[in-house]
Ligand binder design. Structure first.
Ligand code: DC
Length: 223
């Protein structure tokens, strides 16, 4: 049994997992682990090599010279691809889609699984993703499944991208979100689904503050 405590937050894109988990981690003094950033880094690596995400054999072959690591700078997680900090480059719509496709490949999941488990063996963690409560940390002390309507999630993602100065339309962001929801929930390995013992939380219509307060009370009650 690990002496460390793990909190798993799963759910679809744009439900607010990372923003809320980061805030909770700061309040509790836990290490925040954004596993989506790791999948995005693999997606970015394949795009940079000109590999099509659908070309499973080429993606698997590329893994042998991809190194994904994470480190904490001023308390914030940064993700590195072969030593280069790519934390900002992984936040584009192209990388989102490449991550969604390549994350369905079992070898890609296995590749990142070890790193994720090691972090939980060595730290108190709040880890967010799609399969944390079901596959990566099935013994997590608290599991939350965070969701919101697809329109609400697309609106938040659209606002974020606009804020970063990206030229995107709401319709495209909504379509991407629907496509990724479908991919993430229908893949054969570790599909997005709530763990049997996860607490379901729907953040539709909530402000960020309301969602943070709600999750904080759920977590504190269970720790
Ligand atoms: O959470 P995110 O949008 O940054 O995740 C990017 C992609 O990575 C998402 O489409 C699905 C995949 N992912 C996954 O398959 N398993 C995880 N634990 C986290 C993310």
């Amino acid at each position: 049994m690990s002496e460390f405590v793990a909190i798993a937050i799963d759910g679809p894109s744009g439900a607010g997992k990372s923003t809320i988990a980061k805030r909770l981690a700061a309040t509790l003094g836990f290490v925040y682990v954004d596993t989506g950033a790791m999948y995005r880094t693999v997606g970015l690596a394949t795009l940079r090599r000109g590999i099509k995400s659908e070309d499973t054999a080429a993606v698997i072959a590329a893994l042998s010279d991809i190194d994904v690591s994470i480190a904490y700078v001023d308390g914030a997680q940064r993700v590195f691809l072969n030593g280069e900090d790519v934390s900002d480059q992984i936040r584009t719509p192209e990388v989102s889609m490449a991550a969604s496709t390549t994350s369905a490949i079992p070898e890609v999941r296995k590749f990142l699984f070890e790193t994720q488990q090691k972090l939980a063996r060595e730290n108190n963690v709040i880890m967010d993703g799609r399969d944390i409560g079901t596959v990566v940390l099935p013994n997590a002390k608290v599991k939350i499944f965070l969701s919101a309507s697809v329109e609400d999630r697309a609106r938040r993602r659209y606002d974020e991208l606009k804020e970063k100065g990206m030229d995107v339309s709401f319709e495209d962001v909504l379509e991407d979100m629907k496509q990724r929801d479908y991919n993430d929930s229908h893949r054969d390995v570790a599909p997005l689904k709530p763990a049997d013992d996860a607490v379901p939380v729907d953040t539709t219509g909530n402000t960020l503050e309301e969602s943070v307060a709600l999750l904080e009370s759920i977590v504190k009650e269970r720790l």
